[in-house]
Design a protein around this ligand. Structure first.
Ligand SMILES: C[S@@+](CC[C@H](N)C(=O)[O-])C[C@H]1O[C@@H](n2cnc3c(N)ncnc32)[C@H](O)[C@@H]1O
Length: 233
């Protein structure tokens, strides 16, 4: 049975929420110079990171499950061509992409949306050339679990993050907090699961980032996102 393209139903809302341009200095730093490299953007959505990479001189292929997000990506490519190829496909298999055909792969804010981490990482490893790099960003698995909340510490009016159900791996859902129309459910996995699965597939983690973010006071206290740059050993 195929994987459900949940973003098809909210493509317009998602696009309006995240905006057209990707402006993420942490991602840019981890990706580094990509001019002339062949890079695959797995779960590229409407193409934000694909367009960033192509603007830096990479030859980019974007793959996503959601036809509706890809339609937006293709419209942007048509309006302002950067030579990006967009394909509808499942990250679990990356069918249609040749083995050892990319210098690098990115998966931006999507591994937690993909049901099988193991299968997605195996496919990513398959399409990478020996020694290839893999950069991803995810909601931080330690601070975005199936049960989290924010509390005001009344002694000094600062925000405290409450975290529960950390060991409860699997799909979870809840009311949209930022954007009620968007699916905020995701597949929670422990940090150790990410590291174990990456290693099992043959990735070495070269760099991790947990930047403070200022869009909500709590994210200045604990990290909202986790970024990694890995390499096939
Ligand atoms: C939070 S969005 C991120 C999209 C884009 N990377 C961005 O940052 O704007 C998650 C994306 O993962 C995609 N996705 C989920 N499961 C997938 C799968 N099995 N194969 C390919 N894409 C998938 C969704 O369609 C959606 O575009």
């Amino acid at each position: 049975m195929g994987v459900e393209a949940r973003y098809d139903g909210v493509a317009g809302e998602y696009d309006a929420w995240v905006g057209v341009e990707l402006a993420d200095p942490v991602f840019e730093e981890l990706v580094g110079g990509v001019a002339g490299q062949e890079v695959c953007a797995v779960a590229c959505g409407q193409g934000r990171e694909a367009r960033y990479l192509a603007s830096q001189g990479a030859v980019v292929t974007g793959v996503d499950l959601s036809e509706n997000l890809l339609a937006i990506a293709r419209e942007r490519e048509e309006a302002d061509p950067l030579g990006i190829t967009y394909l509808q496909g499942d990250a679990h298999t990356l069918d249609g992409l040749a083995t050892e055909s990319f210098d690098g792969v990115v998966c931006y804010m999507a591994l937690m949306d993909i049901p099988s981490l193991d299968r997605a990482l195996q496919s990513i490893a398959r399409v990478l050339r020996p020694g290839g790099w893999f950069v991803f960003a995810i909601t931080h698995p330690c601070f975005k679990t199936p049960a989290t909340g924010d509390l005001v510490d009344h002694t000094n009016n600062t925000i405290r993050r409450t975290v529960g159900r950390y060991f409860d791996e699997g799909y979870w859902d809840g009311p949209g907090q930022v954007q009620p129309a968007l699916p905020i459910g995701a597949y929670h996995r422990m940090l150790s699961t990410y590291v174990t699965e990456l290693n099992r597939v043959g990735f070495v983690i070269d760099q991790l980032r947990e930047p403070p973010l200022d869009h909500k006071p709590v994210w200045l206290e604990v990290p909202c996102l986790l970024y990694a740059r890995c390499r096939l050993a």
